[in-house]
Design a protein. Sequence first.
Length: 318
Amino acid sequence: MPGPRGTYARGSAGRNTAAPGRRRGAGGAAGDAPLTSGRVPPLTVAVLGLGEAGGAIASDLVAAGAVVRGFDPAAPAPPGVEAAGDAAQAVSGCDVVLSVNAATVALDVARDAAGGLSAGQVYADLNTAGPALKRAVAEAVEPTGAAFADVALMAPVPGRGLRTPALVSGPGADDFAARLAPLGMPIEALGPEPGAAAARKLLRSVFMKGLAAACIESVRAARAAGCEDWLRSEIAEVLDPALLERLLTGSERHATRRIHEARDAQELLAELGIEARVSAAAEGWLRQLEDEGGPREPGAERGASTADAGPRASADGR
């Protein structure tokens, strides 16, 4: 949750596993894209939000030869990253700006950075959010002359960092791909519409969050019936055991953020004329996990409301 403007809430951008067969940018496939220090002219990148995801991406950018500035009032800059005094100072004169925060503060972060933005820059929002919020951020950036890029990270950032596969849309999509792909980021550009990348990630989220909810419900029922080990072995015939464990533990750790994602997905499905039965059920399980108070990601706040992120186009604000 945001406190005063400029206080960035933690968000682990990108929690789903990338689907095979996508067209990628020059960075190659997820997990094997090389970091290319010394092979391209130095790029200056500002990273706003230096939590788990932002810090990992910033560190990889340094390793790839980029000049990196960072700002996060609640986290120190990683080694090699120049710490800025505020968001506007961090972004001033940079080629690319990466906002890696929680959706609840995405709009405030863009407004804080606006004073340092100008034509020729790309402002990329990497936060997991619905299309409406991405469009709102794009509108906040547009008067500055910087090109907006809606970036959807399609796999967990820890362990991948800059190599995390991404979808990108918006006026700055092609420039984002041209600047970041040579440094090792696998990118698929979708066109100039802000929110298109976010929408695809949410459509994928319907499946992934629904799968997680089915795993949680069946495993808990089997535990109550005294046959959890048996059921896990049955599920292992369909899902990799490591994926099952990630779905179970990840849902606990990231329940607060994923509630917002499930609600975003429901809004998107409503716009498409599809009844969101699975997403609603997934939200119910995530709320129960939040109420149970299990381990959560750093910076997560129970009962967080996406309405705090600023003006929104729908009831949930994303």
